[in-house]
Design a protein around this ligand. Structure first.
Ligand code: PLP
Length: 372
């Protein structure tokens, strides 16, 4: 195979860019600094102190009595693990954008039979459609795989209501990709029958990339115990049993990122789940008003994401050129539309530590560059 990619030297002189992309996002300085402790062993007592701290802090922050697994990797790991741990053959995937479609692709790659409930990009999944899909299917779905925050379209799906529907079908497990919103969009996990919900640390948790977090119900754990072909790396039983016995992870984790996690979790606990939700809601409302004034919001009304705004380019600005100029002149990075939506939309990640003030700095820059 002819290599297409050539080595490009990493330099020492990059300008810092303020990140308004849909993740990674800005990380506090003290959280970055927390990673510089000297290395220690993953089987030392010190590791148990660290891992039990971050696991229990996460439960406290999210207000859940379920188990929490934190693994080196990213949210993608739990597309695979939830599928392997919870599905024998059939699963229902409501698809409404690139990430839900990829969840379906992963399950197909793992040999499962995927039944899609398809929506146009920009539309949200409706709980009554999920109920109808289950009622009219001639198979039992082992799992419904939902995406809470479709980062490609800026849609926040009504996961709570879908979970309430699924409570009526106890043989169907509910897995939720909350990769780009958990920590910035309040969800009462235990109240809505969610069996597994997962996120990546570089999004609304505002940590460096490199860890995946998953909250696992007792039912999901029990379900996997019966299965011979569940995930090894992301197996609920393996990871949770290891935690119960040793307070550690089954294999060597990215310890520096766990140190950063511990530091950021202090900030998140200080602020609280509800207050973080409120701050993200304010950012969403601000960007919504701004978009209404200059463009339009892309998602279906009432389903706008609290962490990723997808703005419809109703004025036909040159999105790529605007992004580049804002980057050059203001050292701020935001994103074009996803895939085919490249020039039709643009996306602003207002997650993690951002505030209405910091987001206003970006929208001012866009106004200046695009001459709005
Ligand atoms: C909704 C959603 N799911 C999954 C992923 C994949 O996450 P990661 O790259 O952290 O594995 C992303 C990434 O942006 C996402 O937005």
């Amino acid at each position: 195979m002819d290599p297409v990619t050539k080595k490009r030297e990493y330099r020492d002189d990059y300008d810092d860019k303020t990140l308004y992309i849909p993740g990674p996002t800005e990380v506090r300085d003290d959280v970055i600094e927390a990673m510089t402790e000297s290395t220690f062993g993953h089987r030392m007592d010190r590791m148990t102190d660290l891992y039990t701290t971050i696991v229990e802090d996460t439960k406290e922050f999210l207000g859940t009595d379920n188990e929490v697994v934190i693994l080196t990797g990213s949210g993608t790991e739990f597309w695979e693990a939830t599928t392997l741990n919870l599905v024998d053959e059939h699963l229902l995937v409501p698809t409404c954008g690139a990430f839900s479609e990829r969840y379906a692709n992963v399950a197909e790659r793992l040999g499962k039979t995927v039944h899609r409930l398809e929506y146009e990009w920009g539309e949200a999944v409706k709980p009554e459609d999920v109920r109808e899909a289950i009622e009219t299917a001639d198979v039992n779905y082992d799992m419904v795989a939902g995406v809470m925050n479709e980062s490609s379209t800026g849609v926040r799906n009504p996961i709570e209501e879908i979970g309430d529907v699924l409570k009526e079908y106890p043989d169907t497990y509910f897995a939720v990709d909350a990769v780009s919103c958990l920590g910035g969009d309040y969800i009462n996990i235990d109240a809505h029958g969610i069996d597994a919900i997962f996120a990546s640390t570089q999004k609304a948790f505002a940590m460096p990339p490199g860890l995946a977090v998953c909250v696992v119900s007792d039912d999901a754990y029990d379900r996997e115990v019966e299965k011979g072909d569940s995930s090894w790396y992301g197996g609920f039983r393996r990871t949770i049993d290891y935690y119960d016995r040793k307070g550690q992870t089954h294999s060597t984790p990215a310890i520096p990122i766990m140190l950063a996690y511990r530091q950021q979790m202090k900030h998140m606990l200080d602020e609280g789940h509800r207050a973080r939700d409120e701050r993200h809601r304010e950012m969403m409302e601000y960007v919504h008003d701004w978009a209404d004034e200059h463009f339009a919001m892309f998602p279906e009304d009432g389903y706008e994401s609290q962490t990723v705004a997808c703005v419809e380019n109703t004025r036909g600005i040159d999105v790529a050129a605007t992004i580049e100029e804002v980057n050059e002149e203001y050292d701020m990075a935001f994103s074009n539309g996803y895939g085919d939506l490249g020039e039709e939309t643009f996306r602003i990640g207002h997650m993690g530590e951002h505030t209405v003030e910091s987001v206003t700095e970006l929208t001012d820059a866009i106004e200046d560059v695009a001459d709005l």
